[in-house]
Design a protein around this ligand. Sequence first.
Ligand SMILES: Cc1cc2nc3c(=O)[nH]c(=O)nc-3n(C[C@H](O)[C@H](O)[C@H](O)COP(=O)(O)OP(=O)(O)OC[C@H]3O[C@@H](n4cnc5c(N)ncnc54)[C@H](O)[C@@H]3O)c2cc1C
Length: 369
Amino acid sequence: MVVVGGGVIGLSAAWKLADRGVSVTLVDDRPGEAASWAAAGMLAPVTEVHYGEEPLLALARTSADLYPQFVDDLERASGLPAGYSRSGTLAVALDADENAVLKELHLFQLRLGLEVERMKSAACRDLEPGLSSSVRGGILVPGDHQIDNRLLLAALRAACEHGGVHFVNDRVAELNGREAVEEAVTEDGVRIRCRTVVLAAGCWSGSLKGVPEQALPPVRPVKGQILQVRPLHPVPPLEHSIRGTDAYLVPRGDGRVVVGATVEELGFDTRVTAGAVYELLRAARRMVPSVDDMELIETSCGLRPGSPDNAPMIGPSAHDGLVIATGHYRNGILLAPVTADALSAFICDGELPENVAPFTPQRFSRRPR
Ligand SMILES: Cc1cc2nc3c(=O)[nH]c(=O)nc-3n(C[C@H](O)[C@H](O)[C@H](O)COP(=O)(O)OP(=O)(O)OC[C@H]3O[C@@H](n4cnc5c(N)ncnc54)[C@H](O)[C@@H]3O)c2cc1C
């Protein structure tokens, strides 16, 4: 079988499928360099919960619960660290309005039975001495962790290689087969016979020649600009991911801090703008003033694969043999384990797990494109 796309979703699926004995060819000319590279790596279903998205919360929590085992297996299979850190997350408010929003969010989280703790201003600063004295309050989410997504990608790549996944450094140009998938053809003209194709090409999954229009997932790029800073002088390191209204900070073990991210509907534009860098740093230093003295070591941009309801599309399509795995939007790193397990259950056992049933691409098949 062929996996189109070597981001976190394609690599995780390829690894799990190869582990089940499936012969997998993964096609990508730049594996691990798109959204999955740009991401912050937060595994934060509880902090990110939105009103009306309870089914997505359930899927995301399942995936978060799968992470420790996923990482253990991956580190064993790859021989590399995957960068998982049980850091917890602290959401903070910088003024009375933001604190009122956190109060409502906290009540919503409690109604859902989530593990959260409302924190007063001083308690936030006891927990994180680097926080600004203007922090008015917060919510501690001890179970929302993070992973260094770049270490994760390197480990997935190595695990795939050790597991016998065949990498083709090219792009899939079209699929052949009238009634069902028969062959994938790359831009360089390489023909790969296959009966199953997993389309995991991120925000590029919406167009592939040879696939009936109604079988293609309705996916769009959502631009995210993101930065990395590093202290120039010793400062108290952040222990938790810190989430504010306009930005978040994710500390890596080596002192780097990821500052993200914009959410922009600008098509396939990946330019980093001065305005975005300014706004992200401004928001970050309001929460953690020592950001002022940090070196700006990286600016980057990725395109999140967004679906019409911003939930993923996982499962069979209207074209026989074409399986979709995209639309993970802001949660693709978090949702990788549950997606990979669902794909391997579907492809190897013919059954899509119940928790994924609300997220098949068929929920969009009757909507106008
Ligand atoms: C700034 C930012 C911050 C984020 N932070 C988080 C976070 O904290 N936590 C979280 O869970 N998620 C986060 N996300 C979201 C997450 O990064 C994405 O949901 C996830 O990376 C999507 O993975 P993917 O494999 O579907 O797509 P991508 O990583 O975009 O990979 C798609 C791959 O498909 C390949 N491809 C495209 N077309 C073809 C073709 N025709 N043939 C072969 N290959 C092809 C591309 O080269 C690419 O390698 C963030 C995203 C951004 C941009």
